[in-house]
Design a protein around this ligand. Sequence first.
Ligand SMILES: [Fe+2]
Ligand SMILES: [Fe+2]
Length: 178
Amino acid sequence: MLHKDSGDHPDRPSGSKVVVEAELTFEAYRLGIDDIDQQHRTLFDYVERLNTAIAGGDRWLAAYQILAELEHWAKIHFAVEESLMSICCYPDMTRHMRQHAIFSAKVVQLKQESLTKDISGKASEFLRNWLMQHVGSDDRKYAEHFLRINESFAAERVRLRPDLPQFSPARGQHRGTV
Ligand SMILES: [Fe+2]
Ligand SMILES: [Fe+2]
């Protein structure tokens, strides 16, 4: 279930420069929808893994494997985002979906290229730039739209049915009292 960002995040591995940089990136690109933010964290982790492989000299083998996993994970993430956009009638959905399709095609192309040559540096740069641009700008727009719609639904529900529980922690504490 999708819900607003609680602000709680699991501990991340630490100890390398690459990890620290990716952590800062995740914080800077947080959109406020917890499930989506966690999925973006996974996408940024793939870039981090690729950078680590490049630094460790394991670029050829790692690039294909990472791009194959990323291709699969991006498919899931895009399906979730597109469902969200459909639910909240996001007006720019068609253009956003096209961006997803173009990205997916590029990942497949890079994956194929990685079989015959070292494209790890090119792939890392493309992924990092695309994710920063897309998450920072395009995803942020639909997320703001979704959160706005969500807020107005919640307000309307309170107006129409003030008798229903509001799910506040304080009410939970008083459950069972007369
Ligand atoms: Fe996204
Ligand atoms: Fe997106």
